[in-house]
Design a protein around this ligand. Structure first.
Ligand code: ADP
Ligand code: MG
Length: 699
């Protein structure tokens, strides 16, 4: 694209200039012609429909009427003048008002001549009027034959700088003039034929200025297909290049560590899903290629043990291994569990987090470097450049949706060739999302819970029933169970941050006699040793009730905890609720999740609560979540960029995604390096397009 006009700064488009170019760049990131061309309208107003004044109701927002001005006259209120016009459609009249540019209005309007009036209806004392509508001679309107008028999203700053919708229409028209016939075809002929795709030029013209609904649909289809196709191609290309190019560590042996753990220390039978996944990983380990595998499994499905056994294989083959968790609490929990599980084996295991003491850190780094440390568990502190392994062979990343892509890639650089990678995620991601996020990343799914697990009985209780709930808690404690009570964090307001927790804690103290009950409290702002202490007390059964914020959300595992109370449950997102619920139902006891809410909650909150009450199935939950929030939110801002599609919508366009994915696979199978003539365009687009810069690094 170096030599095409698409790279030209928009400054040189007629009507833009330096100043506005800068505003457009700052406000909406539109820098060059390519960006502007791809700044699609977010909706279209139907200008093929004409209204009669008689049928106007307040539900019509923008309307268009044909008629004549019967009269215009100056009016004065205070010392301000306005023009009032009377516009007549043959049956009825409507008032039209102007407050600015009066002399121009007066000069322009020709009475009794046919006009198209177009604007937002204004309602005053039950009668409609227009304020500053567009108007145009009927003859010239007819010649232009616009049916659907594009509406571009603007910001307040843009509008204030005179960059209105009208202005967008003007500069995009100028852009088409400037570009002439320079529209690259990025796909190949067989795809165009197979899906009947219209030409790129037509697609761009019709997405901005559609002549009718059908041509808009065709344009959309083409652009969506192209976008999703390149999304899929990118993943598959990266993946296949990685697979073909980067050799991986060869772990042929299942040795003493794995075997003695499996035979002597594992005190339960693996589920068949777990066995299957271990097999999949072992196969990758002996393929001599790098493994990049996503392990999905609902909360409590037993991903950790699978990871641990794989780590033992790495050690058996003489390679170090690490496990990265998103929070310190979780890292410590993994550390304690794993250390305990491996206590009979001669394995050196350490933990590294942001709060590791300097002296300990020095020891860890030196053991890591000389190879005497076998397993390093930690938080993102482990990504830092000065954490150097002697020979890292395998890295496990837990709860990966919490890490940014950039962070994740740091682990790759810890050895050369890069280590095998297992990414574990407890938040089940719907299939469409996985596909558009990871492309062909190898996927393992644990779709079976360990035996004996029962669904967590989930109910909604209103604040007004609190006393009954407290009574229930006392019963449970009498039976020997433990309880979590979770309060929301109010992230927007630093001051309010811990208010819910504090108030809640105090009310629990009032209700539960301290001589009889032991109550702990934990939140993210506490120092690590204090958090560890609270967590330890709870996991050893010394605390009956743990009052907490969502710091316990991920991964915490205390099988004796049988009740999860979520306060202000209406404030939590669905996946968070599901994660929290996953903290209970981990032992042999009947478990409960009680969603406390205000008496009245919003419709959307109700959908979330109902979904929780209805099902324990994480995949179902994630589908409801995806529908409610859209993909960007589900992944958090860190990753939403990956899903920043310009036009495609991975939920609505699931079928196009699926087609595009199949075609991308087929194409790469025939032409893995994209060197065939027929795929020249595709290759050129990938190598030259600014949005694909990162692909360049790949090859
Ligand atoms: P998650 O997939 O959410 O990370 P964990 O790995 O923490 O789940 O496992 C949850 C609990 O289930 C742990 O206490 C673990 O020891 C136990 N567990 C895992 N696999 C099995 C199994 N096959 N049979 C019985 N218990 C199991
Ligand atoms: Mg886990």
């Amino acid at each position: 694209m170096k030599d095409t006009k698409l790279n030209t700064s928009i400054e040189f488009i007629k009507g833009i200039g330096k100043i506005r170019a800068k505003i457009l760049k700052d406000e909406i990131g539109v820098k060059n012609c390519f960006d502007l061309l791809n700044y699609y309208p977010y909706k279209y107003l139907d200008r093929s429909r004409f209204y009669k004044i008689n049928e106007l109701t307040d539900s019509n927002i923008y309307v268009q009427i044909i008629g004549v001005f019967k009269n215009i006259s100056y009016k004065k209120s205070g010392n301000k003048y306005r023009i009032e016009g009377v516009f007549f459609d043959g049956e009825k009249s409507i008032k039209v008002l102007w407050f600015k540019g009066l002399s121009w209005i007066e000069k322009s309007i020709i009475l009794k001549s046919k006009y198209v009036l177009y604007g937002k209806l204004n309602w005053f004392e039950n009668s409609p009027s227009f304020i500053h509508p567009d108007f145009e001679k009927f003859e010239s309107f007819r010649k232009k034959s616009i049916n659907l008028q594009p509406v571009y999203s603007t910001t307040e700053k843009l509008t204030n700088s005179g960059i209105s919708n009208k202005y967008f229409i003007k500069i995009i028209k100028a852009l088409f003039n400037f570009l002439g016939n320079q529209f690259d075809e990025n796909l190949n002929e067989s795809l165009n034929k197979k899906y009947n795709l219209i030409s790129p030029k037509l697609a761009y013209q019709n997405i901005h200025f559609p002549s009718d609904k059908k041509s808009l649909e065709d344009a959309r289809y083409r652009l969506k297909f192209e976008e999703l196709f390149f999304n899929q191609l990118k993943f598959k290309l990266t993946h296949s290049m990685v697979k073909n190019n980067s050799s991986g560590y060869y772990f042929p042996n299942v040795g003493i560590n794995f075997n003695s753990f499996y035979n002597e220390n594992l005190n339960f039978e693996l589920t068949s899903a777990q066995k299957r996944v271990v097999k999949e990983i072992r196969k990758d380990f002996s393929s001599k290629k790098q493994m990049i595998r996503l392990l999905q499994g609902d909360v409590g499905s037993g991903k950790t043990i699978v990871a641990l056994m794989s780590m033992l294989i790495s050690i058996d083959n003489g390679y170090q291994t690490c496990l990265v968790a998103p929070t310190e609490i979780l890292a410590f929990q993994h550390f304690n569990n794993i250390k305990n599980s491996l206590k009979d084996l001669a394995i050196n295991i350490k933990i590294l987090t942001g709060s590791t003491k300097r002296s300990d850190r020095r020891i860890i780094l030196s053991e890591l470097f000389d190879g005497s440390l076998d397993i390093l568990i930690g938080t993102h502190a482990l990504f830092e450049d000065n954490v150097v392994f002697k020979n890292l062979g395998f890295a496990v990343i837990d709860e990966q949706h919490r890490f940014g892509v950039k962070q994740r890639s740091k682990i790759w650089k810890k050895n050369n060739p890069p280590p095998h990678i297992l990414i574990m995620t407890a938040t089940p991601i719907p299939r469409t999302l996985t596909m558009s996020l990871y492309g062909d990343l190898d996927l393992s799914i644990i779709d079976e819970l360990p035996p004996g697990r029962k669904d967590v009985i989930t109910v909604r209780r209103k604040d007004s029933n609190r006393l009954k709930v407290f009574g229930f808690l006392k019963d449970q404690i009498k039976k020997g169970r433990q309880i979590y009570i979770v309060y929301p964090l109010i992230e927007e307001s630093k001051k309010m941050d811990l208010k819910f927790l504090k108030d809640g804690y105090e009310s629990i103290l009032r209700e539960f006699d301290q001589n009889k009950y032991s109550i702990g409290v934990m939140h993210g702002r506490m120092k690590t040793p204090n958090k560890d202490f609270e967590m330890k007390q709870f996991s050893e059964g010394k605390t009956d009730i743990l009052v907490s914020t969502t710091v316990i959300e991920v991964g915490v595992n205390v099988p004796n905890a049988a009740v999860m109370i979520i306060e202000n449950a209406e404030r939590f997102g669905l996946s968070q609720l599901h994660q929290l619920r996953g903290r209970v139902g981990r032992g042999k006891y009947d478990s409960y999740c009680i969603l406390m809410t205000k008496d009245k909650i919003s419709d959307e909150a109700k959908i979330r609560i109902d979904a929780m009450v209805e099902t324990n199935d994480g995949f179902r939950i994630s589908e409801v979540d995806l529908k409610l929030r859209g993909p960007g939110d589900i992944l958090g801002t860190q990753q939403s960029g990956i899903l920043d599609f310009k036009i495609a919508d991975i939920i609505q366009d699931e079928n196009i995604l699926s087609d595009a994915s199949k075609d991308a696979s087929k194409l790469l199978k025939n032409d893995p390096k994209l060197i065939l003539n027929e795929n020249y365009n595709i290759r050129r687009f990938i190598l030259n397009n600014p949005i694909n810069k990162s692909w360049k690094e790949i090859g």
